[in-house]
Design a protein around this ligand. Structure first.
Ligand SMILES: Nc1ncnc2c1ncn2[C@@H]1O[C@H](COP(=O)(O)OP(=O)(O)O)[C@@H](O)[C@H]1O
Ligand SMILES: [Mg+2]
Length: 302
């Protein structure tokens, strides 16, 4: 079992048509036909959207994405049109709503990995490959790869796991030209971001991008969704990086640790939805998101 513990009721705003409730974001269309993306404070873990929100999370992730789009502007066009609040929107949307180009999304999760962990590590341990790409012997949890790799996945519905696929499978699904463009853009953006993060004492282990095409017949890739946030990336404090064990991270670690601890009373394998998070887990998690924002951007969160 998985999904929303409590499915949220979307806020209705005159002039906006509600399109979709994602795990974290609400999507609307404005009268110009553009997309209004509103990042909530929802948090997901173990394929569940939890019943407890993390205050400011949606704002932190939106502002961090915007900062990254600026850093990447010379590499790839992005979908952001405006950070202005749509007329009639609740004041609470300030800082978390973005007006974006409505893209025809390519149905591929474009993952770049510079380090081995997670589902990449699991595949490597079975076959010495990740998404079918052969890797050298002797790599362990957290090892840096000889060079970053493109390890695409198919996008799953809420509550389902994304599934890693080979590059050849992506090329079959979206065409060879688009597959090549996705790989090139994903690796270029990852490499830029990895270097920026490294300068700030943060290891960017891996990250996921979503691209789309603008306009009915546009064929230039545009970077959409959120970028290089703790929800779409694994960030590790560089001074604690130590291959051969699980790395501490800048995100949901407190949430995952608490949910799997005896204290939560929750059994991941059960059919039961996870319980609400206690106050100290919420506060510690909020602080981690803010810390990631401040470390990466060099700005103070206010
Ligand atoms: N510019 C865009 N045009 C159309 N769809 C987009 C754009 N940017 C992001 N999306 C889609 O919006 C949704 C974002 O909401 P999110 O809460 O992340 O949902 P999900 O549960 O699918 O991850 C995703 O489905 C993503 O593919
Ligand atoms: Mg998403």
């Amino acid at each position: 079992m998985s999904g929303f513990v409590e499915k949220p009721e979307p806020i209705q705003v005159p002039g906006l048509v509600h399109l979709h409730t994602g795990k974290v974001r609400e999507l609307y269309q404005n009268e110009a036909g553009d997309l209004v993306m509103v990042a909530s404070d929802r948090i997901s873990a173990y394929d569940w959207v939890l019943p407890t929100e993390i205050p400011d999370k949606g704002r932190v992730l939106t502002q961090l994405s915007l900062w990254w789009f600026d850093q990447l502007a010379d590499l790839v066009p992005d979908h952001v049109l405006s950070t202005g609040l749509p007329p009639g929107a609740p004041a609470d949307w300030e800082g978390r709503a973005l007006v974006c180009k409505s893209l025809r999304m390519v149905p591929v999760e474009c993952v770049a990995r510079g380090y081995l962990t997670g589902s990449g590590l699991a595949e490597y341990q079975q076959t010495r490959t990740v998404c079918g790409l052969a890797l050298p012997e002797g790599l362990v949890d957290g090892s840096e790869l000889p060079a970053p790799i493109f390890t695409p996945a198919t996008k799953a519905e809420v509550g389902e796991h994304d599934e890693n696929v080979s590059y050849e499978e992506v090329a079959r699904q979206v065409g060879a030209d688009t597959a090549a463009a996705l790989r090139q853009a994903t690796l270029a953006v990852y490499s830029r971001a990895r270097d920026i993060a490294r300068d700030r004492g943060v290891v960017l282990a891996d990250t996921k991008f979503e691209f789309g095409f603008a306009g009915a017949d546009g064929d230039d890739l545009v970077l959409g969704d959120e970028v290089l946030t703790p929800d779409s990336s694994r960030f590790w404090p560089a001074d604690q990086w130590q291959p051969g064990r699980a790395q501490p991270s800048f995100d949901k670690q407190f949430v995952r640790d608490w949910l799997t601890s005896a204290e939560s009373g929750w059994d991941r394998k059960s059919e039961q939805p996870p319980p609400p998070l206690p106050r100290q887990v919420v506060d510690a998690t909020r602080a981690k998101y803010v810390e990631a924002y401040e470390r990466l951007t060099g700005l103070t969160w206010s």
